[in-house]
Design a protein around this ligand. Sequence first.
Ligand SMILES: [Zn+2]
Length: 296
Amino acid sequence: MRPTLTWEPTGEGVPASTDPAAVVEAVEAGGVVVLSGAGLSTESGIPDYRGEQGSLRRGHLPMTYQEFTGEEQARQRYWARSQLGWRAMTRARPNAGHRAVAALADAGLVTGVITQNVDGLQQAAGARDVIELHGSLDRVTCLTCGNLSDRADLDRRLREANPGFEDTAERHRAARVNPDGDVDLPEDAVRTFRVVPCAVCRTGVLKPDVVFFGENVPPGRVAACRLLVDTAATLLVLGSSLTVMSGLRFVRQAAQAGTPVVIVNQGPTRGDRWARHRVELPLGEVMSAVVDRVRP
Ligand SMILES: [Zn+2]
């Protein structure tokens, strides 16, 4: 069974507004914990999953944990496509939304950031202590010995193991990257790709240090997020449809504790019924306006 990838809006919950006042008010009061999703990175050129230009609408089907760990061919396809996607990802730069969150954290108004994104852009904008709920494409883990290593090291090893692949990469430079660092690549290019094992134990299967669809977020990481949400004066959701439970559960937690939930997202979200406000405006625009308004 495939994990939940889509969800049908029920029309329940708060109607959308185009007035950022609720966001300004929440941020001015301080104690804001941010939960961000793929919508925050679309202005950096990384499409989201479910928005207007979302990758799922283009037929992109993210690989599941079960496929990745169960099939050698699936891993070959993953790493071949990732080899192109990861480089496109490293060219992406933080946008106004990322910079605004970092500025508000610096000002002490945002007290914690949980991101569902694996692109590292929030940290690149200068935010510290970001909890990467779904991990990071920057790191690779060994499923056998547990060693963590840099994706950049693996990039070098994969390039050495696949000398001709550079040309393929060049031909597909324009391929659209997906939010999980995947790109579309013809099967014949995939089938010749050589995957390398762990450099430490020499045999272990390498996996990007990201949480796949169908995989659970490590319990310790969930607990850290729960503690953070417990301390929040407001939970501010930025650019997430909250389709998957890994993020939605924190919205429920906040609402059950009586903590206001404010959502900024293009389109309805699965968390709307627990939200006090939902603002439907481009994130860079809203968050830059918020920074201008709260700055003394
Ligand atoms: Zn290993």
